[in-house]
Design a binder for this molecule. Structure first.
Ligand SMILES: O=C(O)CCC(=O)C(=O)O
Length: 209
């Protein structure tokens, strides 16, 4: 069992727990998520033209919590019962109480996510953001938000848990670029603490792609 207080050095921008979920657990969750969720491929408007987002998405959250992404408002309908054991484990490791989770399904290496930071005002920036990866390993790229940006590329594999600490979104952008050699799917879940959902940000109107 991972213990948040003793294992997470807070001076870092992020921490990775490789194989946070063991192989069988990762397969179990991956298959539940693929079969039980209603995956959508939203469209997004870029320079006046509509495009399909290059991945599938789902938003899970406590009831009535709304989040705008890909130009559409998505409202939580409560956590599914079967999802709660996973949420509880992530909460325990992070010492957090996440109330929303954006899930992305990258069908193969052509699916991707462009450069962005999860710094929208409706996300509580004093809390971490936890990112769980299942399935194919994909490079998670980070680029500092300054004049001489340092770049990092972190391969995130099956069962890896990445915790982005408070301050990470202000200092770094991140992306998941195309990787043509990847032929199998990957699911990523980003757990976030949302503040007030009465004034949703329009930041995701310009969807990273
Ligand atoms: O798939 C990933 O690892 C990143 C997901 C992400 O950046 C996001 O949901 O904002």
């Amino acid at each position: 069992m991972h213990c948040a207080e003793s294992l997470i050095p807070q001076e870092m921008s992020w921490t990775i727990f490789h194989r946070w979920l063991e192989v069988e657990q990762a397969m179990h969750w991956s298959s539940l998520l693929q079969t039980r969720l209603n995956w959508q491929q939203p469209t997004v408007q870029v320079y006046g033209r509509r495009h399909l987002v290059p991945r599938l998405t789902v938003f899970l959250a406590t009831e009535q919590l709304c989040y705008r992404y890909s130009g559409t408002m998505h409202c939580g309908q409560g956590w599914p019962d079967w999802f709660e054991p996973l949420l509880a484990r992530v909460n325990q490791t992070c010492g957090a109480d996440f109330n929303g989770c954006l899930l992305n399904l990258y069908r193969n290496g052509d699916d991707r996510m462009g450069w962005h930071a999860d710094d929208e005002p409706e996300i509580d920036q004093t809390e971490p953001i936890a990112s769980l990866s299942l399935g194919a390993t994909r490079d998670f790229c980070l680029r500092q938000r300054n004049d001489q940006p340092r770049r990092e590329s972190v391969p995130l594999g099956d069962g890896d848990l990445l915790i982005m600490h408070p301050g990470c979104q202000q200092q770094w952008m991140h992306s998941v670029p195309t990787r043509r050699r990847v032929t199998t799917p990957r699911i990523n879940l980003t757990f976030r603490c949302f503040l007030d959902n009465s004034k949703p940000s329009r930041a995701r109107l310009v969807e990273p792609n």
